[in-house]
Each structure stands twice: as C-alpha cells, then as structure tokens.
Design a protein around this ligand. Structure first.
Ligand SMILES: [Zn+2]
Length: 150
C-alpha cells in the first residue's frame, strides 16, 4: 500500500515499477510516507527558495545570503531536490482519472508558487530532453528560481 493513494493493486504495482531504478532511499521513504511525504518535500523545497534560506548550517542553523547560495542555491542541488516534482508527475500519469484529478488539485497551489519563483530561463535540457519533456507539461524543467545560480 502506498500511503495516501486510493488505487488497485495493478496501479500500485505500475507506480512502484516506475521507481524501480530510483535510489533505494527514495523508494524506502516513498513506501513509508507515500504522497504526504512527497508533498511535504515539495513544500519544503518551495519554502526554501521563497525565503532563500535553509537549515543546513552547522548544527542545523539557518543559512542565508552567501552560505545559502553555496548550499541549496546551487543548481545541481536544486535539480536534485526538484525530483520530488518529477516523482509526483510520474504518479499522476499512472493514476486512474479521478485520483489523478484529486492529486493535481492537491499540488496545484504549490505548482503556482513554484511557477512564481521561476525567472531564470537558462536551464539544463538538451534537444532530446526537450522533445521528451515538452514545456507545457514539464514546465519545472524550464527555468531556475532567482535564488539558484546556474
Ligand atoms: Zn541548504
């Protein structure tokens, strides 16, 4: 059972299969915390970039300014953290229509917040990836928040 999803066994199997090549720690967390965990991660990512600060300083202190810039303000860190949004899309695409609509509604406010943050359009997709991830659907691949340096 994936916590937070009302789905049949076949759909669940498809979803778990879709993540079979993802890191073990992702799969462990996903099976334990399910949708709530992913949405929490996504929320945290957005808050981090809205406030341009993170609690990764020594002993969990707040990083701002330059120390934030060299921590969560680095583009590969951001792209890494953004994988929770990729995961949500993979799940949404495999869900039956009613569950997919429900989940989209759950994250739409967060999506709006992230879209408001994205200003720098310089990004990391090559030609093949652009074909694979069209902008209309995978908009989060197209642009970095101003808090992230390419
Ligand atoms: Zn950080």
């Amino acid at each position: 059972m994936i916590p937070g999803l009302k789905i049949d066994r076949k759909t669940e199997k498809n979803i778990l299969n879709a993540f079979s090549k993802w890191a073990t720690h992702f799969n462990k967390r996903f099976k334990k915390f399910g949708m709530e965990g992913l949405i929490k991660e996504y929320t945290k990512l957005i808050e981090t970039h809205e406030t341009q600060s993170c609690y990764h300083g020594s002993k969990g202190t707040l990083n701002t300014g330059e120390s934030f810039q060299y921590c969560c303000g680095v583009s590969y860190e951001y792209i890494n953290d953004l994988s929770c949004r990729d995961a949500l899309q993979i799940i949404i695409d495999l869900l039956p229509p009613d569950e997919s609509i429900r989940l989209n509604a759950l994250i739409s406010t967060l999506d709006n917040r992230l879209q408001r943050l994205q200003v720098n359009e310089e990004f990391f997709l090559n030609e093949n990836e652009i074909k694979k991830y069209p902008k209309e659907k995978f908009w989060w691949f197209y642009g970095l928040p101003i808090s992230v340096k390419p």
